[in-house]
Ligand binder design. Structure first.
Ligand SMILES: NC(=O)c1ccc[n+]([C@@H]2O[C@H](COP(=O)([O-])OP(=O)(O)OC[C@H]3O[C@@H](n4cnc5c(N)ncnc54)[C@H](O)[C@@H]3O)[C@@H](O)[C@H]2O)c1
Ligand SMILES: O=C(O)C[C@H](O)C(=O)O
Ligand SMILES: [Mg+2]
Length: 543
């Protein structure tokens, strides 16, 4: 049964009625020729008649609210058309404008003012079905758009729509949560329509006390819940993942989900690149442009690629170079943020190296990965330099949304004469080049988190371990069909997301079992096929 939250006003205060979905209307109350399949077509036509992305977003939000079955059915049938609207990149615009386009409540808001009382707020969430997955953001780093405060709510909603569509999580067992800890973005503090607290962000200490209480109360209210942390600013992303990962089932999408999706695409790209150059797989050298939570999360995960190729851990670490806003990251440069220290180079001690082309000439990377939020940073010269040292350069501009991408697919194709192995965070259209069609990969954690969450909740895991994340990544890399490989794709087609999520969930559960963090004992010993049957049977589908 779907829950409908119906808002109404009393004395200037908005209240919410929690209602189950109404029963079927009686004869005469709906048009005689209304039937489900033509109505879905009608909705699709209405969507397509909208001209701007944000209008489409608003239309689909209302459709999801009004008629979740039609929404999810259409979403599954038109995945590559829907994801750029309900998710990246349009969800970025929806966040920027959230306080202006707001229509009705969706999700749970927990504010720093609730500290000491979080139990009560959480228990206001209607428990029609038991909550299993929550995406929690504090709005402090939404995509590459900065601190959006409470306007970050649509990112939690968008991720959960993909959980529901992509992994068959039941809609009523998901909770989007935005933590309102204030915002440091002046334009929101001054915006009369801003929906959040009009104050600067809470101090570190206050936030930690708040987070401890929040996590504890969530685990009491929802004992079977997995929490996905989303778009916390880099320091807090690392801090709270480390703080809770051994106590509760939590997963950080930007660190671990991104790490897993990029490892998967890199794995497939490295095979093609090595085949073209004749160099062994373990000879790859990776240059990261951007050293935040996403960059470092990916580097940690990529180390497992090298380790799988047989390199010792220390050798694997040395295959990675980082560039941040000050240039090449190396020890002799001076004080470095904690999360950059592990990968800082100790084999360079000259003056700061800040020009990306110079850095590429110095490092000679086989792969250039952008997680910097710097639009257009991969200039024609950068791309050409990569092409001059690699038969098939791996270039992944992974920053979101589209307008912050380090380069476009078109530029990457043109400046490498079509040889690029490409994946971007946000979607780009395919390109015709010298008589053939080239396809961009979308290296976005949307391929990973639905399957990880599905596996985590079916396996009833105590925690989400590195081995589970790695299993998800390799499961994704392995999921390419022969047809997709023949087209040179690095990631499977998004239309197959349900199938992919099912296989990722299986790999995740098996890894959890190997590590002894699974609590669903009934799944042990079922074998691959038996596990897949259970997973399939548990997945929700729209009617
Ligand atoms: N594709 C995906 O699935 C995915 C997943 C997570 C994050 N992302 C994207 O990655 C980006 C970064 O996210 P984050 O959490 O790491 O953010 P962040 O702000 O913590 O990191 C940005 C990094 O870029 C560096 N940087 C900034 N300006 C630079 C410049 N001029 N030259 C070189 N480096 C510069 C910063 O020093 C920092 O290290 C965002 O756009 C986000 O949307 C993509
Ligand atoms: O939200 C996305 O599209 C990917 C990622 O989680 C991001 O923060 O950019
Ligand atoms: Mg994110």
């Amino acid at each position: 049964m779907t829950i409908i939250l119906t808002p109404y006003w009393t004395n200037g205060v908005q209240k919410i009625k929690v209602m189950p979905q109404p029963p079927k209307p009686k004869h005469g109350l709906v048009p005689p020729a209304l039937d489900a399949s033509t109505h879905a077509l009608r909705c699709l036509n209405q969507l397509r008649s909208k001209t701007s992305g944000i209008e489409k977003y608003i239309y689909l939000s209302a459709l999801k609210d009004r008629d979740p079955d039609v929404f999810y059915k259409l979403c599954l049938q038109n995945m590559s058309e829907f994801t750029p609207i309900i998710y990246t990149p349009t969800v970025g615009d929806a966040c920027l404008q959230y306080s202006h386009i707001y229509r009705r409540p969706e999700g749970l808001f927990v504010s720093i003012k609730d500290k000491g009382n979080i139990h009560e707020v959480i228990n206001n969430w209607p428990k029609i079905d038991e909550a299993r997955i929550s995406v929690v953001t504090d709005g402090s780093r939404i995509l590459g758009l900065g601190d959006l405060g409470i306007n970050g709510m649509p990112i939690a909603i968008g991720k959960l729509s993909l959980y529901i569509a992509g992994a068959g999580i039941r809609p009523e067992s998901t909770i989007p949560i935005c933590l309102d800890l204030g915002t440091n973005t002046e334009r929101y503090l001054e915006d009369p329509l801003y929906l959040g607290l009009r104050q600067k962000r809470a101090s570190d200490q206050e936030m930690t006390e708040f987070m401890d209480e929040f996590m504890y109360e969530m685990s009491v209210a929802f004992p079977k819940l997995m929490i996905q942390f989303e778009d916390f600013s880099t320091d807090n992303a690392f801090k709270y993942l480390e703080r809770y990962r051994n106590t509760y089932p939590v997963f950080n999408d930007d660190i671990q989900g991104t790490g897993a999706v990029v490892l998967s695409g890199f794995f497939n790209a490295a095979k093609l690149s090595s085949a073209a150059s004749g160099n062994p797989l373990d000879s790859h050298r990776i240059l990261f442009f951007g050293a935040g939570s996403a960059g470092v999360g990916v580097a940690q995960q990529l180390m497992s690629f090298f380790i799988l190729q047989g390199l010792p851990k220390e050798e694997a670490r040395r295959r990675v170079w980082f560039v941040d806003s000050q240039g090449l990251v190396y020890n002799a440069r001076g004080r470095l943020a904690e999360h950059k220290k592990y990968f800082a180079r100790d084999d360079y001690s000259g003056p700061p190296m800040t020009n990306l082309v110079d850095i590429i000439k110095y490092v000679k990377p086989t792969a250039l990965l952008g997680l910097s939020t710097i639009s257009g940073a991969f200039t024609s010269e950068v791309i050409q330099t990569m092409a001059s040292i690699n038969a098939r350069p791996i270039i992944f501009p992974l920053s979101n949304p589209v307008r912050l991408s380090e380069c476009s697919f078109n530029d990457a194709v043109e400046h490498t004469n079509g040889h690029v192995l490409f994946a971007s965070g946000s979607p780009f259209p395919e390109q015709e080049f010298q008589g053939s069609t080239l396809y961009p990969g979308q290296g976005n954690n949307m391929y990973i988190f639905p399957g990880v969450g599905l596996g985590a909740i079916i396996g009833r895991v105590k925690s989400v371990t590195d081995a589970m994340v790695e299993a998800a990544s390799l499961g994704l890399a392995d999921s390419l069909t022969d047809e997709e490989r023949a087209l040179g794709l690095l990631y499977p087609r998004i239309e197959r997301i349900r199938d992919i999520s099912m296989h990722i969930a299986r790999a995740v559960i098996e890894a959890a079992q190997r590590e002894g963090v699974d609590r669903n004992e009934s799944l042990r010993g079922l074998g691959d096929a038996g596990l897949l049957d259970v997973i399939k049977e548990k997945m929700w589908s729209p009617m």
